[in-house]
Ligand binder design. Structure first.
Ligand SMILES: NC(=O)c1ccc[n+]([C@@H]2O[C@H](COP(=O)([O-])OP(=O)(O)OC[C@H]3O[C@@H](n4cnc5c(N)ncnc54)[C@H](O)[C@@H]3O)[C@@H](O)[C@H]2O)c1
Length: 254
């Protein structure tokens, strides 16, 4: 068991949505803690660019993965096994949003949001979970949201539906794999001021609402989410499964 600052030493961790605002911070933290990171996102080139900024880039690998494609999951899990011989953690981080309300949302956007955030998370668990089990056990971190639990600002209905499913699938899978030592937990960020999010919303009414609903009075930072991922991915959390961990500045406590 490795705990402490080097706690991910030589663990193989597969991450989806690696080049996004939070994903890139997770990549940096996992690499700093000694993991071999399998960076995946829609475009391999963005993953490779990010990988090239890491110390010892040769320890990591970059692959294209659309999480809504079962075939691509099969390919990525097979490539991970042939490159590293094992997988110790999966971080199901990729998702897309939609701010539409229940009466505004369109069927096509609903299907896209559910296809990536909900179905993509299930496919990741389905295909990577057995390899984690064969590797001696490990951890699955499903990136959820406060909107997987509470109504938020009363919009983003498709996103809330996807994240609600992520929350309950997490508990279901945790029970299935409990004796196999594959732990499954959901991580629920509040509003995180990543560059893409700020670019879209800074100064808007929505930005003011995000701040007003957060008791700590500020948005979170990507590295504050990455720190919780590192805890959940490694051996500091070996008795934590089926849990929902909030990093939301107090949003759900209010
Ligand atoms: N930023 C926030 O405030 C916030 C709050 C709560 C939860 N989250 C969750 O954190 C996670 C990361 O969010 P973020 O803010 O970094 O978002 P982001 O939009 O910056 O990044 C998302 C990444 O997912 C990738 N992606 C989109 N569709 C994909 C697909 N079909 N297959 C594979 N990858 C795909 C994108 O290319 C992008 O790199 C998401 O699950 C999100 O729901 C974010």
């Amino acid at each position: 068991m490795t705990v402490g600052p080097d706690r991910l030493r030589d663990k193989v961790v597969l991450l989806t949505g690696a080049t996004g605002g939070i994903g890139a911070e997770i990549v940096r933290r996992l690499a700093e803690e000694g993991a071999h990171v399998v960076l995946t996102d829609l475009e391999k080139s963005g993953c490779q660019d990010l990988l090239d900024t890491l110390t010892q880039p040769e320890r990591h690998t970059a692959l294209a993965l659309d999480v809504s494609s079962e075939e691509q999951w099969e390919d990525v899990v097979a490539a991970t096994e042939s490159t590293f011989g094992a997988l110790h953690a999966l971080v199901n981080n990729a998702a897309i949003g939609s701010v539409a309300t229940v009466d505004e949302e369109t069927r096509s956007q609903w299907d896209r949001v559910i296809g990536v955030g909900q179905t993509g998370t299930w496919l990741g668990m389905k295909h990577a979970g057995p390899l984690i089990e064969r590797s001696g056990g490990g951890s699955i971190v499903n990136m959820c949201s406060i909107l997987g639990t509470v109504g938020g600002l009363g919009n983003s209905v498709a996103y809330a539906a996807a994240k609600g499913a992520v929350r309950t699938m997490t508990k279901n899978a945790a029970l299935h794999w409990a004796k196999a030592r594959v732990r499954v937990n959901s991580l629920h960020p509040g509003f995180i001021g990543t560059p893409p999010l700020l670019e879209r919303w800074e100064g808007s009414e929505r930005h003011r609402e995000m701040l007003a609903g957060t008791p700590m009075g500020r948005l979170g930072r990507g590295e504050e989410i990455a720190a919780v991922v590192a805890f959940l991915a490694g051996d500091d959390s070996t008795f934590v499964t089926g849990s929902e961990i909030y990093a939301d500045g107090g949003w759900t406590a209010a």
